[in-house]
Design a protein around this ligand. Sequence first.
Ligand SMILES: [Zn+2]
Length: 293
Amino acid sequence: MTELGTRLAALFALGTLTLAASPALAYCQTTLCANDTSGVTCAPAQAGDCGTPMRWHQGCFGYAIAQRASERVPYDSLAKAMAAAAAAWMGSDCGAGAEPGLAIIDLGAVACDQKEYNQMSGNANIVLVHDAAWPYSGAGNTLALTTVTFDLDSGAIFDADLELNGTLALSTSDTDVQFDLESIVTHEVGHMLGLAHSEAPESTMVIAYQAGDTQLRTLAADDQSGVCETYPPADVSACDPTPRRGFATVCDPPPPEEGGCDCSTAAPAGMPARGLSVLALVGCILGRRVWRQ
Ligand SMILES: [Zn+2]
């Protein structure tokens, strides 16, 4: 197999509480540094920058939404929010009328409803909502989790899955806004593209989300600079968005039965009181996991 020896890693973007901010810094790219540790490279450069930015080397990727969707977020609403997020990133201003060399394509619905990356078979870059319980820590203040699988040598992204915390008050309206779905997925798509948090307070990739805020739907100049740096203008009209090793619409291996090991550590669902002002990260790197063939 030509892929033997490929080194992969998954980087977890997970939310937590924060108040830290430094207006002196701007966009950052998620990188791989020495000894396979995760890091960032920022503009302007900051102390500790290191490594090779991870990105979709082919300049495009296709995502797929779990067909079952969510009691709180219907499939069509999630598809609409994702399409808006994709359009925002692809339409960034790279100067002189140019846009990023980037295509983000909706591949439709899939039966699979769990994040995974299969090294030996087809894949899907899944977008899904956890309704019953958030299966990670921080159930009460974590809005979403993006998991990116990439090549440790080149930084090439192979797979990116976006999980939303449906136990929180995700909202799709422009009026009774709680945790604005479009804002959240726009931020998370930034992570799927390889961007890290920005400390520019007006940016979509800012580390903190304030309940009721819809401004993250609109990319700031800082976000657009980040995506243009990561995906310089290029013709990607012929780019193939098929996931690595083919597009798989079902999980492989099948999802665990109820009570299976994947559910045994699920945290109890946390639901903040209505109207509670929750300041939450929507993507802070807390850990990583490495697979080696
Ligand atoms: Zn984030």
